[in-house]
Design a protein around this ligand. Structure first.
Ligand code: ZN
Length: 145
């Protein structure tokens, strides 16, 4: 009986293969002789088997995470950002082209407008570049908070 009390807590360790060889040999020897502990061990194994089955359903999340990390989705994300930049650039370029070709305004109003537009584009590029740079480095970005 005393032995059982000693070995019961080790059954979980045996199940999880956390015991050193000496301990697991002792527990195994006890299990061979003690049917009560053998039953307890079987019960634990069944329970942990169920737990494993439940845990096994989780990988859908893991699959999504792996997909998100794989090189293709990384490339497509950068591609998306580049398309947005190209779109902005085209839009601003078109607006500037319209402004400079059809405007009746004098030269001195065109210069500051162009400066503002180009300055805005540069700032936008800097923000996006900074974002892309830090995105590659931030180790916490994929951890849900
Ligand atoms: Zn026992």
């Amino acid at each position: 009986m005393n032995n059982c009390e000693k070995f019961r807590p080790m059954l979980v360790g045996l199940l999880d293969r956390e015991l050193d060889p000496q301990e697991s040999a002792e527990v195994n020897e006890h299990l061979m002789r003690c049917s009560a502990c053998r039953e307890e061990y079987e019960r634990l194994r069944e329970t942990s088997g169920k737990l494993e089955a439940v845990a096994f359903e989780e990988p859908s999340d893991e699959v999504l995470r792996r997909l998100w990390r794989n090189p293709f989705s990384r490339i497509s994300r950068i591609g998306g950002i580049l398309l947005v930049i190209a779109g902005y650039a085209a839009l601003i370029g078109f607006a500037l082209f319209e402004f400079f070709t059809s405007g009746e305004e004098g030269f001195w109003i065109r210069v500051p407008v162009a400066a503002i537009a180009i300055g805005f584009l540069i700032l936008l590029l800097l923000v996006i570049l900074e974002r892309v740079k830090t995105y590659g480095k931030d180790p916490y970005r994929e951890i849900e908070r």
